[in-house]
Ligand binder design. Structure first.
Ligand code: S3P
Length: 170
């Protein structure tokens, strides 16, 4: 059975768009952990953060990873940007499949997500500062759980897809 491919990285790094395209090219199933949590809970990510708090959301992420680890194969899984922050999650991500960290420079990340209204973590007074701080804190954790890192900054969508495909073949 085919191994899963797990995409980790910061908000705006392209996990979902790359994941959807890759799934088509490889004929894999595509899963998005945020979308699965929304479906299971019946709440949007913003509603979960507002009504139950960030910790409750983080626990939902861990529970979902455990569930996916039970019987999943041949899937591309796009994960929420904060997923690798828990040590337990890093182990679960590694157990789930080949983990690819999609890296994007802080500058490009800022351009992509600064005006975002759907990401509760950026709903603050200074989203720019928040992004820079979060990126810096998270970088070692993304690296710690990844089998491979792809710098997507100056690459076309096609180049990124090809790079992932080549990595999987190896
Ligand atoms: C988060 C990233 C979001 C979502 C939630 C928290 C984070 O997912 O899980 O808003 O902590 O970085 P994306 O990375 O898909 O935007």
């Amino acid at each position: 059975m085919n191994k899963n491919i797990v995409l980790v990285g910061f908000m705006g790094s392209g996990k979902t768009s790359v994941g959807i395209k890759l799934a088509k090219v490889l004929s894999y199933q595509f899963l998005d952990t945020d979308a699965m949590i929304v479906e299971k809970s019946g709440l949007s990510i913003t509603e979960i953060f507002d009504q139950q708090g960030e910790e409750a959301f983080r626990q939902m992420e861990t529970d979902l990873l455990k569930e996916l680890n039970e019987n999943l194969a041949g899937a591309i899984i796009s994960t929420g940007g904060g997923m690798p922050m828990r040590e337990e999650n890093r182990e679960l991500l590694k157990a789930l499949g080949h983990v690819i960290f999609l890296y994007t420079t802080p500058e490009i990340t800022l351009e992509r997500v600064e005006d975002d209204t759907k990401r509760p973590l950026l709903d603050c007074e200074n989203p720019k500062e928040k992004i820079m701080n979060l990126l810096e804190t998270r970088l070692p954790f993304y690296k710690a759980c990844a089998n491979q890192m792809i710098d997507t900054s100056n690459k076309s969508f096609y180049e990124i897809i090809t790079e992932v495909e080549n990595a999987i073949k190896e």
